[in-house]
Write a protein that binds this ligand. Structure first.
Ligand SMILES: Cc1cc2nc3c(=O)[nH]c(=O)nc-3n(C[C@H](O)[C@H](O)[C@H](O)COP(=O)(O)OP(=O)(O)OC[C@H]3O[C@@H](n4cnc5c(N)ncnc54)[C@H](O)[C@@H]3O)c2cc1C
Length: 340
């Protein structure tokens, strides 16, 4: 394994932040993980695992070790007339995996097309879009337990999935390297398009009985229209989570802001739109230097060129403060903030 020193991470984060890391290593298989965790470098420095870097913000240079996950490959674990269990290497690109599934006639993941990042991170973050979350299709996660120094399989029931949440962001945070993930996909078309933008697109093109491929194409077209391409305009997708609040908070907030969109959840909880609140506080399209808020979507912070991680972080703090002041609601970052 080749350890690189003092290199720029600009190409390894979709915000395009030009920060430096002290040590950088790529892992390509499970043996690499074992070798790495027998070496001094993991004992002597803090480390972070990176996939495509599409859900992180480096606030400055990182004085530790970046472990770049490049574990690839697919395996069919089980297949019958109804379903297939496929195992994907954690370093496979998520969208490539979704395309491969759809092209082979396996449905389920089409609503999650074109989300940047790797399979391993999708299982950590429990990515979601257009009414679907990846945990609906997951079978199990396999990886290296850093504390116990063993490989372990964690079945879905023990992954504690929630909204952009999992055991890997809590009890196992910084303690588990995912090397592969298994998904159960349907061989008969199961479609879910209960989402305004998708329904409108199907109406426009007169599609009355959509297939998973129609959904896949619709999602790609909507995302290309709505979201900035991080290769042109650095960003990390939604910077903040949509807050989940109690009924009491809703009653209070509705009395002051009757138009606020509210989405009922289970357990008498309600989801608020972070984008709406940020827009109402006047941030949409705002720019300070090269740090800004995307002009078409208030939840996306962008790097117009040479923004520092610090300036984007500062902008996020200013947005949090003004949303708190106006709505008395705390915004929580969806993006992992990395500082020394
Ligand atoms: C334009 C754009 C649109 C987006 N749209 C969506 C969306 O619709 N829905 C959504 O949910 N997200 C969205 N995202 C966020 C992002 O794509 C996802 O969170 C994605 O899963 C991150 O993958 P990554 O490989 O880039 O993770 P990274 O940013 O590299 O890492 C994210 C976290 O996972 C950890 N990690 C990564 N790999 C491993 C591993 N193998 N083992 C252990 N820990 C690991 C890292 O340490 C870090 O904490 C979007 C991002 C962008 C830029």
């Amino acid at each position: 394994m080749n350890i690189l020193n003092n290199i720029s991470l600009k190409a390894n984060n979709t915000f395009g932040i030009d920060c430096k890391v002290k040590n950088f290593v790529s892992i390509r298989n499970e043996k690499d993980i074992k070798v790495l965790y027998k070496s001094d470098i993991t004992l002597n420095s803090k480390s972070i695992i990176l996939g495509e870097g599409s859900n992180v913000l480096f606030v400055g240079d990182f004085d530790g070790l970046v472990i770049h996950n490049e574990i690839k490959g697919y395996n069919i674990i089980e297949s019958n007339n109804d379903f297939i269990i496929i195992e994907a290497g954690a370093g496979e690109k998520w969208h490539d995996f979704v395309s491969l599934s759809i092209n082979n006639g396996y449905s389920g993941l089409e609503n999650l097309a074109l989300i940047p990042g790797t399979v391993g991170s999708a299982a950590i973050q429990n990515i979601g879009a257009y009414g679907v979350e990846q945990n609906e299709f997951i079978d199990s996660v396999y990886g290296f337990n850093i504390e116990k120094h063993i490989f372990q399989r964690i079945y879905k029931i023990n992954c504690n999935y929630g909204y952009r949440d999992s055991i890997f962001k809590n009890e196992l945070k910084d303690k588990f390297i995912i090397s592969s993930v298994r998904y159960t996909l349907s061989k008969s078309p199961v479609v879910n398009y209960n989402y305004k933008d998708i329904i409108n697109l199907f109406k426009e093109f007169n599609i009355t009985n959509p297939t998973p491929i129609d959904i896949f194409k619709a999602v790609i077209s909507i995302r290309n229209e709505k979201l900035p391409d991080w290769r042109q305009l650095g960003n990390s997708g939604s910077f903040f989570k949509n807050p989940i609040v109690s009924k009491k908070v809703i009653v209070d907030i509705k009395s002051k802001f009757p138009d606020i969109p509210v989405f009922p959840q289970t357990n008498n909880l309600f989801k608020l739109s972070a984008a709406w609140m940020i827009e109402q506080t006047g941030w949409k399209g705002f720019r300070v230097g090269d740090a800004g808020v995307y002009e078409k979507h208030a939840l996306i912070l962008v790097n117009h060129g040479n923004a520092s991680g610090e300036s984007i972080f500062q902008l996020s703090m200013d947005i949090r403060k003004s949303v708190k002041l106006k709505f008395n609601v705390e915004l929580e970052p969806e993006v992992l903030i990395i500082s020394n």
